[in-house]
Design a protein around this ligand. Structure first.
Ligand SMILES: [Zn+2]
Length: 590
């Protein structure tokens, strides 16, 4: 081929430290991009031949270039709307600060008919939880419902309880709890899990236009942290919801690529453990699956595709609903948490979905949930034959070694949140008492063990439970400790008196911030980068398109302000994104 025939690049990035995340972990100096794809990776000299007069040459002045980041489980559209347009309790951590924020919002928005919002931490309250009386003092004539930061409970005022018809005589629905005042027996203002439905049913619906507007705001934020590919873990059969993505994709306005999972619950289709025999589901499981498959076919672009179904096999430890093999340590009634599905029902359901070539995206918190969830995946794989199915456990908070091995054998993904594999206030207030010291310290988020066993392991922030921040994610994956900046923010004025250590040999006392056991579960920085890039791509069957910087792949890349492979880990937490490229186009510049 003579030089005239060489394709010319649209953009060539030169003088970079390119960490490619290819199989050989190779590095390079320059990347050439044409029509959104990488056409060459090598030295400045090697890519020089792709430069013509019309090529934009960008000098990265020795900065680190990585594949852009992925996130394998979050709630983008669902959470972006409240995040940007409703009462926002994130970033503050005490009841008084929550109430101040709520008052301020109500003052600024006096005409709202139903106040919504969220982001409160359960750990800011006692075991009964937040109280309706505090909200009644701010608004008593209109309903208010505020989500907990993990989305598993809501804090409501008396008007909301009245609207939902919840009184002291209302029994807990299956799979949920109406918290009651221990003295009076009146509903205290906290509804967990399925008990939320009675209030949430009255929320004014969010329109497609509102979802679209929030997604556009959200992608600016995501691009600014280097994120260009995400998984929406709860897609409902609400056309306003899924068509918000589809329309933005079709209009060519997305600068984040989305994959998603259709949500299926026992409230929709039956099959729930402990559900009464005369329970009337909204639709049969076959109808639910057929509906997802049918709608998925209508998604026309690579920017929005839904090829999996989401299931909860249990819930969360903070609400005592994570399903455990040993009872909760702080209770004396042999309480193991909640098993969501009947085994036979789940087996058959997984078999049907697996047979369609679709993926299972499974919320798993407790070790008992992992075991029966794996039984169902195994059943499906045995019946249908093994294929490259990549069924996924998300969160993977507590799991037996034997089940980690089973995950590897079944070719499953693990999606974990490095942000949470730390010892912080949340740990001391909830996991320490609920799981007991040994289990809380030694058994949570076995990131390195999953990788070692051969399970494709990627990261998620569960937005808006946690906001994506890859300096934080990498830091906490490597140290299993909260970074200094988060420690300072969470402790606020108390930071000076509080103790934070990164030393695994220090015995931690309640209130201290430090590393979660065991040190063997710490990842290397290289592993953490893989979990944030190529492994996330694999989790969504995107590894031939993104996740590494190699010729032929889409040019999703991020420029960092420091070389995270060469510096002290404390400085990794502070890293900043300088530029983000989505399919070769710069979508963020600091
Ligand atoms: Zn989630």
């Amino acid at each position: 081929m003579n030089s005239k025939e060489i394709i010319k690049a649209d953009t060539v990035l030169v003088n970079a430290v390119v960490y490619t995340v290819d199989k050989n972990k190779s590095t390079a100096e320059s990347v050439a991009v044409k029509d959104g794809r990488i056409i060459a990776v090598g030295s400045n000299e090697e890519t020089g031949k792709y430069i013509s007069e019309s090529t934009e040459v960008i000098d990265l002045e020795g900065k680190l270039l990585l594949p852009a980041f992925t996130d394998s489980h979050m709630h983008p559209a669902r959470c972006a709307y409240p995040y940007f347009f409703q009462i926002q309790l994130r970033g503050v951590f005490t009841k008084d600060d929550y109430l101040a924020r709520i008052s301020e919002f109500v003052k600024e928005n006096p005409d709202t008919l139903f106040y919504e919002g969220g982001g409160f931490q359960r750990s800011a309250f006692d075991e009964v939880g937040p109280r309706k009386e505090d909200l009644d003092a701010i608004v008593s004539d209109r309903p208010m419902a505020l989500d907990s930061v993990d989305g598993h409970s809501i804090w409501v005022n008396s008007k909301a309880l009245e609207l939902a018809g919840i009184t002291k005589d209302t029994p807990d629905p299956p799979g949920g709890v109406i918290k009651k005042d221990p003295q009076t027996g009146e509903p205290s203002g906290l509804l967990t899990e399925s008990a939320r439905g009675a209030v949430l049913d009255f929320l004014p619906p969010v329109s497609k236009e509102q979802y679209k507007e929030s997604l556009l705001r959200l992608q600016k934020f995501f691009n600014s942290v280097g994120l260009t590919s995400c998984h929406d873990a709860i897609v409902t059969y609400d056309p306003e919801y899924y068509n918000a993505y589809e329309e933005l994709a079709g209009e060519g306005r997305l600068t984040v690529r989305y994959r998603g999972s259709w949500l299926i619950t026992p409230e929709m289709v039956g099959g729930g453990e402990g559900q009464s025999a005369d329970f009337q589901p909204e639709m049969s499981i076959d109808e639910a699956v057929a509906r997802g498959l049918e709608i998925s076919k209508s998604f026309a672009t690579p920017y929005w595709q839904v090829k999996s179904f989401k299931f909860f096999v249990d819930q969360v430890i903070e609400e005592e609903t994570g399903f455990m093999k040993e009872p909760y340590a702080h209770r004396d009634d042999n309480w193991y948490g909640i098993k969501v599905w009947r085994q036979e029902f789940l087996n058959e359901t997984f078999r049907k979905i697996d047979a369609e070539g679709y993926n299972l995206h499974i919320h798993q918190i407790g070790d008992a949930a992992a075991s029966y969830g794996l039984d169902a995946v195994e059943y499906a794989v045995n019946k249908n034959g093994k294929r490259d199915s990549r069924h996924t456990f998300v969160h993977v908070q507590v799991i037996d070694d034997a089940d980690v091995k089973r995950m590897a054998e079944l070719g499953m993904n693990a999606v974990i949140a490095p942000y949470w594999s730390v010892i912080d206030d949340y740990y001391w207030d909830l996991y320490y008492p609920y799981l007991g010291p040994a289990r809380a310290f030694n058994s949570q988020y076995p990131g390195a063990s999953l990788m070692k066993a051969g399970v494709n392991t990627s990261f998620h922030c569960d937005f808006s439970v946690t906001e994506p921040d890859y300096g934080w994610a990498l830091y906490s994956a490597v140290t299993r400790t909260q970074p200094k900046k988060v420690f300072k923010m969470e402790k606020g004025p108390d930071a000076a008196a509080a103790v934070r250590t990164t030393d695994h040999s220090v015995e931690l006392k309640p209130g201290m911030v430090g590393p979660l056991g065991s040190p063997n579960e710490c990842m290397t920085i290289e592993q953490a980068v893989e979990a944030s890039t190529i492994n996330g791509a694999k989790a969504d069957f995107l590894e031939t398109e993104i996740g590494s910087i190699e010729p032929g792949k889409l040019a999703d890349m991020v420029v960092l302000d420091r070389d995270i492979f060469k510096i002290d880990i404390e400085d990794v937490a502070e890293m900043k994104v300088l530029r983000t490229f989505f399919e070769g186009k710069e979508v963020y510049s600091s």
